[in-house]
Design a protein around this ligand. Structure first.
Ligand code: E4P
Length: 220
């Protein structure tokens, strides 16, 4: 499973990249605003800085909600760097734009997916990735992981190559469960990724190894 980090924070992106396990980055307008990134030039410069900080795909979301606007914005974003994946909302105009970009060989990520039917449409439009938001479904008492399973089944039934990018990940168990189901990618916050490393028995075991090493290496 590929690991993307879901943030526009350069410090966190660099920290995850330094671990050597990062495959890409996803952003959205809320995450960019959280970092105080505003205005076309600043946004473009920030995407370039993110691309320089990682080796893999970087999802950059359009703001337009009409086909022409999405195409205009998406083309400008894609021109910034080959790593850019044009992120499009799961609405009719977004599906049209997805087909337009996939026909041109531009990578796409269809976002705000909350049902299997939406994922199926995105795959038919040739999306590179589809982003089901599991945390937000869980928030409204709906089974987010169940949606990942449904999409996996449908894509496997027909051999769709669209990657299932499990999004809105909230904690380590989401990541583990997505890996069990067979999501192609997960995008989550740095603390959920780092949480995978933690186990008290690892810390206790390491402390004991170091203590025993010291005992055996006392100066005589
Ligand atoms: C995905 O691409 C989105 O940026 C993200 O995962 C949304 O997560 P949230 O529900 O925590 O905002």
């Amino acid at each position: 499973m590929k690991f993307f980090i879901d943030t526009a924070n350069l410090g966190q992106i660099r920290e995850a990249q330094a671990l050597g396990i990062l495959d890409g980055v996803t952003t959205n307008p809320s995450l960019m605003a959280k970092e105080g990134i505003t205005g076309a030039q600043q946004i473009a410069d920030h995407y370039k800085a993110i691309c320089d900080a990682v080796d893999g795909d970087v999802s950059a979301e359009v703001i337009a909600t009409d086909f022409e606007g999405m195409v205009r914005e998406g083309e400008a974003l894609a021109a910034l760097n080959q790593q850019i994946v044009v992120k499009l909302p799961m609405i009719a105009e977004g599906i049209k734009a997805c087909k337009y970009f996939s026909d041109k060989g531009v990578k796409t990520n269809v976002t705000l997916v909350f049902s299997a039917g939406q994922a199926l449409l995105a795959a038919k439009a040739g999306a590179t990735y589809v982003s089901p938001f599991i945390g937000r479904l869980d928030d409204v008492s709906t089974d987010g992981l169940g949606l990942i399973s449904e999409i996996r089944l449908i894509f496997d039934n027909y051999g769709y190559t669209t990657g299932i990018l499990a999004a809105s990940i909230r904690h380590t168990m989401h990541i583990i469960d997505c890996a069990k189901i067979g999501a192609d990618v997960m995008t989550g916050p740095l603390n959920a990724i780092k949480g995978l490393m933690k186990h008290p028995l690892t810390d206790i075991g390491l402390a004991k190894f170091l203590e025993d090493f010291k005992k055996g290496n006392q100066p005589v």
